[in-house]
Structure formats: structure tokens, C-alpha cells
Design a protein around this ligand. Structure first.
Ligand SMILES: C[S@@+](CC[C@H](N)C(=O)[O-])C[C@H]1O[C@@H](n2cnc3c(N)ncnc32)[C@H](O)[C@@H]1O
Length: 255
């Protein structure tokens, strides 16, 4: 049975959809991501998430499943300690970028195309499961988290922003569409869902050095506005406070 925290997460996340009448007028999909924006840096960034995963891998290393891998920032940072990587993503272009990164680093890997948790059986288990910046895409968090734990022989590392990554654009939804959003889901909301599953993660809050880029053209598309309004959107973005950089690492052992 779903708990109150899982219900709250669903409600907050559902409130961030785009109303169908706005979506219907969009020139291009507001949801597409460019894999280039998620490419893994050549030198891994030393973050609490990376340190938590290395700790779970231990000096002897092990296998890693990267759920919602994108270009592999989370798991490719573990090369040297990770003996084998599995990248799972629902987008083939992201898996292609992951494969390029793994090949360049000479680490053995597999890819699984599919939606977590439906594709969990295809991915199998790994010593360590990492899942970075995916939770805010998820509406039904309880089965998603349960499957992460079930896939991990040693432990799980989640990285997420302190609040929904698109919440900084909420003033622009009001300005351009008169659309008022509910408050964004936060790390505390995710931790509350884990508590309902009997999991108490170690939570480390930190500030990202390299926050994702914010091109006005991308924001224009995200707001379902035509490309010829990009100058207007860029001007409106200049009036926003800086994009929040607070992130959190949530980690727990499964054995
Ligand atoms: C914001 S990106 C993060 C990518 C990478 N983990 C990182 O930290 O750079 C989210 C990724 O998760 C994928 N994704 C979102 N929900 C998913 C799901 N339920 N199952 C599989 N992939 C998912 C998206 O396709 C996208 O590649």
C-alpha cells in the first residue's frame, strides 16, 4: 500500500506536467534533451556521490548499474574501480553517448534500453546501483526506489537536486502562460518515501560546481514557446535569481 509520502510525491510531480492546451500549441517537444549536455567529463569530478559509490565498491571493486545513465556521468566516474558497467536509459541517444564514453575508457559495459522499473529484470543485479538526476522525472516513486534496492547487492547511491530541477523556471510559466505551479518536490520528500520503505539513507547536501547549462533556446522550447521568442525569453531569464546549485547524495547499504 502506498504511504502518505509517496502520495505527496505523486501529487507534487503530477503538478509539474504541461497542460494539454499549451502542449498542443508547442512547435517542438519541450521534453527532448541533447545527450551532449550530459556527457561525462574526461576527469571525474570528486563529489559526495562518487565517494559514496567508491566506498560501496571498496578496494576490490565490483559491478555498477547506472539507472537513467544519460551520458554516464555517474558510472564513468567510477572507472578504475568498476569492473563492468550496465547503463540503463529510456533514450537510445543517451545510451549511444554512454557507449562512446565507456568505449573511450576501455571499461566493459552493457546497455539496456527501457523504462525503470519495468526494465529492471533486463538489467539484472549489480554490486552498486547509481541513479543520478532521475528521481524528479518519476511520478510513482515507491516502485522505482524498491527496484533500485532490489537490484543492488551492496548498496545504492542517488544524486538529486535539492528541489525539482525546473522549479527555477516557474516564474516564467507565470509570465508567459499565467500558469501557477504547485511547490516542487524536494530531497526531503524523497527521503520521506524511502522512510516508508524502511530505508534510512545517509543524506549529504552539497553545492554543484558545474550546474547544467541553461541555453535560452532550450528554455524557450521547454516553455512551449516558438523559437522566435528566444530573445524575449533570454531577457526574462536575466531577471531570474541564479539557478539553484544545491544537490544531495542519498546512499544506503542493501547488504
Ligand atoms: C537529467 S538526465 C541525467 C543523466 C545522468 N544520470 C546524469 O546524471 O548526467 C535523466 C536521464 O534519465 C533518463 N530517464 C528518466 N526517467 C527514466 C526511467 N524511468 N527509466 C529509464 N531512464 C529514465 C532520461 O532519459 C535521461 O537520460
Amino acid at each position: 500500500m502506498m504511504g502518505a509520502a509517496a502520495d505527496r510525491w505523486r501529487e507534487l510531480q503530477s503538478g509539474r506536467g504541461v497542460p494539454p492546451e499549451i502542449l498542443a500549441r508547442a512547435e517542438a517537444s519541450p521534453w527532448t534533451h541533447d545527450p551532449k549536455d550530459f556527457a561525462a567529463p574526461e576527469e571525474p569530478v570528486d563529489t559526495p556521490s562518487r565517494r559514496a559509490a567508491l566506498d560501496l565498491l571498496g578496494p576490490g571493486g565490483g559491478t555498477v548499474l547506472d539507472v537513467g545513465c544519460g551520458g554516464g556521468v555517474a558510472s564513468l566516474a567510477l572507472v578504475g574501480r568498476a569492473a563492468h558497467l550496465i547503463g540503463l536509459d529510456r533514450a537510445q541517444d543517451m545510451l549511444d553517448a554512454f557507449a562512446v564514453g565507456a568505449t573511450a575508457r576501455g571499461v566493459p559495459y552493457d546497455t539496456v534500453l527501457g523504462e525503470w522499473p519495468d526494465a529492471a529484470a533486463a538489467a539484472g543485479t549489480a554490486d552498486v546501483v547509481v541513479c543520478h538526476h532521475v528521481l524528479h522525472n518519476v511520478v510513482e516513486l515507491e516502485p522505482f526506489l524498491t527496484a533500485l534496492s532490489a537490484a543492488a547487492r551492496r548498496g545504492v547511491v542517488i544524486e538529486m537536486l535539492a528541489q525539482h530541477p525546473m522549479a527555477w523556471l516557474d516564474p516564467l510559466w507565470v509570465r508567459f502562460h499565467n500558469l501557477h505551479r504547485p511547490p516542487p518536490a524536494t530531497t526531503d520528500d524523497a527521503v520521506a518515501v524511502l522512510a516508508e520503505l524502511g530505508v534510512t539513507p545517509t543524506v549529504t547536501g552539497w553545492e554543484r560546481v558545474n550546474p547544467p547549462r541553461q541555453h535560452p533556446a532550450w528554455v524557450t522550447r521547454r516553455l512551449c514557446l516558438p523559437a522566435d521568442r528566444v530573445v524575449e525569453v533570454a531577457a526574462a531569464m536575466d531577471e531570474l535569481p541564479p539557478r539553484p546549485r544545491l544537490a544531495a547524495t542519498l546512499t544506503w547499504r542493501t547488504a
